[in-house]
Design a protein around this ligand. Structure first.
Ligand SMILES: Cc1ncc(COP(=O)(O)O)c(C=O)c1O
Length: 341
C-alpha cells in the first residue's frame, strides 16, 4: 500500500517508530484489576489534558460514545443530537440497542444546530413525552466536512443544557483537530461538556484506542459498563503506551494536515466537474461534490494510485493525516487533474 496515496481516512495511519518502541517496552499489568501502570498513566494524563477528574481507556470511539450515552441516560429517555452525527449515522443504532433511548435528531447547517433548535425540543418529560436527558455534540463534525464547532457555540449549548439539568456529551473523535484549528487548548472545549470521548487511533496515529473523560463518579460507572460490553482489556498497556507518545508528539503536527487539506481543496475546487464548499475545509477533511458518479471517480483515482471514499452518490471524502506529505498531495492533485479532463 506504500506507493498509494491513501486519503480514505485518518484511521489508516500506522504507528510511529517511537510508538512502536514505547509499545515494545511498555510496563504492563492486569487492567481489569486496575494494575496496568501504563494505562493508569495514560488515563491520568488524558484527564489532566482535558481538565476532567478521571478518564477511561476504551477499545474504540464507538464504545466510548455508547458507554457515555448508557451512563447519562435511563431506558426511555430522549437524547437530542444533530442528525448527521456519527452516533446517529454510523454506530448501527447502538444507542437503541444498548441504552434503549430515543435519539431525537435535529437538522444542522454546515455541522451547526442553531441553539434555539435544541431549546425548543428540550422537555422535562410527562405522561406523553420522554424526558430530555442528554445532548450529544460532535467536534470536529465529520459528515459536515470536518468543521469546527466554535468555543462560543459550545458554551451556548452547555449553558442551555445546564439551565434544564440536561447533560452534554462531546464526541471529540477529532477533538485535537478542533483545538489546533481554533488555536486553543482542548480543555477549553472539554469544559463545555460533562463527558468527552476522543480517539487516539485517528489523526493521533495510534493503532487502537479511545479515551472517555468525565467526573470521577461518571468514569466509575463507565468502567462498569465497559466491562458489561466486553471492553475491559488485560495487559493493554501495550496499546496505551502508543497513546502516551501520541499525546506528547502528535497533537501540534495536526496543523500540517490542515494546511495540506486546504491546498488539496483549493486545487480540486478549480477543476471542472468538481465542487468544494471551501467554508467547510477547516481541518483535515475535504468533501468534493462530483458531477460524475462518485464511485466512478474513486475507481479512476485508484488506477492512478490515489485512494479516497465515495461517501454519497456524488460526494467524495479526502482526509489528510500524518502518513500524507506534500509530495502525496501533489500526486493527488495531479490525479484529480487527469480525471477532470
Ligand atoms: C466523529 C466520529 N465519532 C466516532 C467515531 C468512532 O470511532 P471508532 O471507529 O474508533 O469506533 C468515528 C470514526 O470514524 C468518528 O468519525
Amino acid at each position: 500500500m506504500h506507493h498509494l496515496v491513501d486519503l480514505r481516512s485518518d484511521t489508516v495511519t500506522v504507528p510511529t517508530p517511537e510508538m512502536r518502541r514505547a509499545m515494545a517496552n511498555a510496563e504492563v499489568g492486569d487492567d481489569v484489576y486496575g494494575e496496568d501502570p501504563t494505562i493508569n498513566r495514560l488515563q491520568e494524563r488524558a484527564a489532566e489534558l482535558l481538565g476532567k477528574e478521571a478518564a477511561l481507556f476504551v477499545p474504540s470511539g464507538t464504545m466510548g460514545n455508547e458507554i457515555a450515552i448508557k451512563v447519562h441516560t435511563r431506558p426511555g429517555d430522549e437524547v437530542l443530537i444533530d442528525e448527521d452525527c456519527h452516533i446517529v449515522k454510523w454506530e448501527l443504532g447502538a444507542a437503541a440497542f444498548i441504552s434503549s433511548v430515543q435519539l431525537h435528531t435535529v437538522p444542522n447547517q454546515r455541522g451547526i444546530v442553531p441553539v434555539q433548535e435544541y431549546a425548543r425540543r428540550i422537555h422535562p418529560g410527562d405522561d406523553h413525552v420522554p424526558p430530555t436527558r442528554l445532548i450529544c455534540l460532535e467536534n470536529t463534525h465529520n459528515a459536515a466536512g470536518g468543521v469546527v464547532l466554535p468555543l462560543e457555540y459550545m458554551r451556548e449549548v452547555w449553558t442551555l443544557a445546564q439551565h434544564h439539568g440536561v447533560a452534554v456529551h462531546l464526541d471529540g473523535a477529532r477533538l485535537f483537530n478542533a483545538a489546533v484549528a481554533l488555536g486553543i487548548p482542548a480543555r477549553k472545549l472539554a469544559a463545555y461538556a460533562d463527558s468527552v470521548m476522543f480517539c487516539l487511533s485517528k489523526g493521533l496515529a495510534c493503532p487502537v484506542g479511545s479515551i472517555l473523560c468525565g467526573s470521577r463518579a461518571f468514569i466509575e460507572e463507565a468502567r462498569r459498563v465497559r466491562k458489561i460490553l466486553g471492553g475491559a482489556m488485560r495487559q493493554a498497556g501495550i496499546l496505551a503506551a502508543a497513546g502516551l507518545v501520541a499525546l506528547d508528539t502528535m497533537i501540534d503536527r495536526l496543523a500540517q494536515d490542515h494546511a495540506r487539506a486546504r491546498r488539496l481543496a483549493e486545487a480540486v475546487a478549480n477543476m471542472p466537474g468538481f465542487w468544494v464548499d471551501m467554508e467547510t475545509v477547516q481541518t483535515n477533511m475535504v468533501y468534493v461534490q462530483t458531477e460524475q458518479p462518485a464511485r466512478r471517480i474513486v475507481q479512476q483515482l485508484e488506477t492512478l494510485g490515489v485512494l479516497c471514499l465515495d461517501v454519497f452518490p456524488h460526494t467524495i471524502r479526502l482526509v489528510t493525516h500524518k502518513d500524507i506529505d506534500d509530495e502525496h498531495i501533489t500526486r493527488a492533485i495531479d490525479a484529480f487533474a487527469k480525471v477532470a479532463q
